[in-house]
Design a protein. Sequence first.
Length: 206
Amino acid sequence: MKLFLVDDHPVVRAGIAALVGGEPDMEIVGEAATSHDAVRGIALREPDVVLMDLQLGEGPDGVETTRLVRALPHAPQVLVLTTYETDADIVRAIDAGATGYVLKACPPDELFQAIKAAARGETVLSPKVATRMMRRMRDPGPALTPREIEILELLAKGAGNKEIARALFITEATVKTHLVHVYGKLGVDTRTAAVTVAVERGLIRL
């Protein structure tokens, strides 16, 4: 089974490579720290499974890179391997085409089983991730739109209405309208409270 590692931390890549090196049926055929290098290397090496981190420093993140990888002619399965476990991250990754979502804190045996399941095209989630998804399904609450999530993420970074409008190419009036909807769905009436509740519910991360 051919694997390709995508992570912007060399130490993490080395650690994963060392773990996988002890498995007789797995082989690391390439690795990359950026989205551009990842897509180019994966197209060349044609691995069976890509282990994808979500944060890749400069350039497209792991979600967008997953989308690009899954669009390749000989697209491999993508298994997200990350430290992030917010609802927004999980949903975005799966929507982008990831076949699984595993946390870096998982035991090696769990990672190996996840890789093998991903290679078979099976959906695989870490127990904590599966619990989050089950909770979300049982008590979804008013769903925030992707645009509302984007606005919340910018709010969390301290952006004002004018900065949000500029970043998302919309008017300030539109930003205010979205905020009214966000406040209503989250049951809050201030920007700070909106960010606090969104983080508590795992909708965004700081």
